[in-house]
Design a protein around this ligand. Structure first.
Ligand code: NAD
Ligand code: MG
Length: 352
C-alpha cells in the first residue's frame, strides 16, 4: 500500500490524480488539501488553506503529490524533500523559485523527486539508467498555445477568454495563461535545469503543435530519443505515483497512422517570456524566484482584465531589471525575495 497526500486536490491535476488513485488498489489517499473549496470526506485527513506542512506531519505519507498552483506550493515541496518522502511534483513554481535550496534539501533528505510535468516525466524516462556522460542535451516541446503563429502586433488586444482556450491541454487558469505566453515553457526550462542537472545551453525548446512528443534527449553519438504519448496528464501522474512499477492506465494507445511530427522555432519577439526565463535561469540566485513572482502577479492582473496580454512580459522584464537577484541563504531569504518581486511587479501594474 502506498499512502498518498494530495495537495491541490480540487484542481485539474488534483482531480486527475484522484482518478488514478481510485483505479489502483495499491494507492491510498490518506490526506488531501485545497486552497479554498471545502473537501471534507475526500480523505481521512483534509485541510482547506493554511499551513500544509502540519497536515503532512500528521498524515505521514509515503508520497506527496504537490499539485498546488504557484509559490504557495513551496512549503510542502521543501517538507517532502527535507523529510526524504517521495515528492511527485506538479508544482513547478516551487522548484523554480527554490532552485539550489530545494536541491540541498533533496540531498539531505535522500528521497525521490519525480516530475509530474509531462515534459519532465518524459525526460526522466529517456534518461533513466543511462550514463549521463552520453547525454548531450534535452529538448522540451511546447504546443505554442492558442496564439501560435501570431505576430507580436496581433497579440496586443487578445482577451483572457481567448488565452484560456488551449488547443491541446485542459488545465487550470494560471498554467493555461502561462502556456499562451510561453512563461510555462520558461518555468519548465528552469525546472529541467534543476531536476536533471543540465546546463541551460544544453536545453532547447521547440514548438510542436500537437503535443504528441513530450520531450527528446540528444545523445552524444547523434541519436535522439523521443517520448511520445497522448496529451493526457493521467499518464505522468500514474508514472510518478506508481514508480518504478509503471502501473497500467485507462489511457488508450496512441494511433500512429497519419501522425505528423511537426516542429518549429519559437518566435522570441512575440513570446518574450521564454527568453526572460532563460536569462533569469542563467543569472541564477533569486532571479528565477523573481521571474516566477512577477509572472504570478502579472497573470492574476491579466485574468482580472487589469493589464493587456503583452504587459505580462513587460511587468516581468521590468521587475527582473530592478531586483538584485542575490542568492537566498535560507527559506526566509527566499520568501523575502518573492515578496520584494511581488511588490515591484504590483507597482508596475499601476499606470505611470
Ligand atoms: P488548478 O488551478 O486547476 O488547481 C490548483 C489547486 O491548488 C487547487 O486545488 C487549489 O485549491 C489549490 N491551491 C491553490 N492555492 C493553494 C494554497 N495556498 N494552499 C493549498 N492549496 C492551494 O491548477 P492545475 O492546472 O491543477 O496546476 C497545478 C500545478 O500543476 C501548477 O503548478 C501547474 O503548473 C502544474 N501543472 C499542471 C498541469 C495541468 O495539466 N493542469 C500540467 C503540468 C503541470
Ligand atoms: Mg508541462
Amino acid at each position: 500500500m502506498r499512502r498518498i497526500a494530495l495537495l491541490g486536490a480540487t484542481g485539474s491535476i488534483g482531480r486527475q490524480a484522484i482518478e488514478v488513485i481510485d483505479a489502483h488498489p495499491d494507492l491510498e489517499l490518506v490526506a488531501a488539501a485545497s486552497g479554498s473549496a471545502p473537501i471534507d470526506g475526500l480523505a481521512p485527513l483534509t485541510q482547506t488553506g493554511g499551513d500544509l506542512t502540519g497536515l503532512l506531519d500528521r498524515a505521514e505519507p509515503d508520497v506527496v503529490l504537490n499539485a498546488v498552483v504557484g509559490f504557495a506550493g513551496l512549503a510542502p515541496t521543501m517538507w517532502a524533500l527535507e523529510h526524504g518522502v517521495t515528492l511527485a511534483l506538479a508544482n513547478k513554481e516551487s522548484l523554480v523559485a527554490a532552485g539550489r535550496l530545494a536541491l540541498a534539501a533533496h540531498e539531505r533528505g535522500g528521497g525521490l523527486l519525480l516530475p509530474v510535468d509531462s515534459e519532465h516525466s518524459a525526460v526522466h524516462q529517456c534518461l533513466e539508467g543511462r550514463d549521463r556522460a552520453t547525454v548531450a542535451g534535452v529538448v522540451l516541446t511546447a504546443s505554442g498555445g492558442p496564439f501560435r503563429g501570431r505576430a507580436r502586433e496581433e497579440l496586443a488586444d487578445v482577451t483572457a477568454e481567448q488565452a484560456l482556450a488551449h488547443p491541446t491541454w485542459r488545465m487550470g487558469p494560471k498554467i493555461t495563461i502561462d502556456s499562451a505566453t510561453l512563461a510555462n515553457k520558461g518555468l519548465e526550462l528552469i525546472e529541467a535545469h534543476w531536476l536533471f542537472g543540465i546546463p541551460y545551453d544544453a536545453i532547447e525548446v521547440v514548438v510542436h503543435p500537437t503535443s504528441v512528443v513530450h520531450a527528446l534527449v540528444r545523445l552524444r553519438d547523434g541519436a535522439l530519443l523521443a517520448h511520445l504519448g497522448r496529451p493526457d496528464m493521467r499518464v505522468p501522474i500514474s508514472y510518478a505515483l506508481t514508480y518504478p512499477t509503471r502501473a497500467s492506465t485507462t489511457v488508450g494507445p496512441l494511433p500512429l497512422e497519419g501522425l505528423a511530427l511537426e516542429f518549429e522555432a519559437v518566435d522570441d519577439h512575440a513570446f518574450p517570456l521564454l527568453g526572460l526565463a532563460r536569462a533569469a535561469g542563467e543569472r541564477g540566485g533569486t532571479a528565477p524566484c523573481a521571474y516566477n513572482a512577477a509572472n504570478e502577479v502579472a497573470v492574476a492582473a491579466f485574468l482580472e482584465g487589469r493589464i493587456a496580454f503583452l504587459d505580462i512580459g513587460a511587468v516581468v522584464e521590468e521587475t527582473l531589471s530592478r531586483v538584485d537577484g542575490a542568492a537566498a541563504r535560507d527559506l526566509d531569504d527566499l520568501v523575502a525575495a518573492d515578496a520584494e518581486a511581488r511588490r515591484l511587479a504590483t507597482r508596475e501594474l499601476q499606470p505611470a
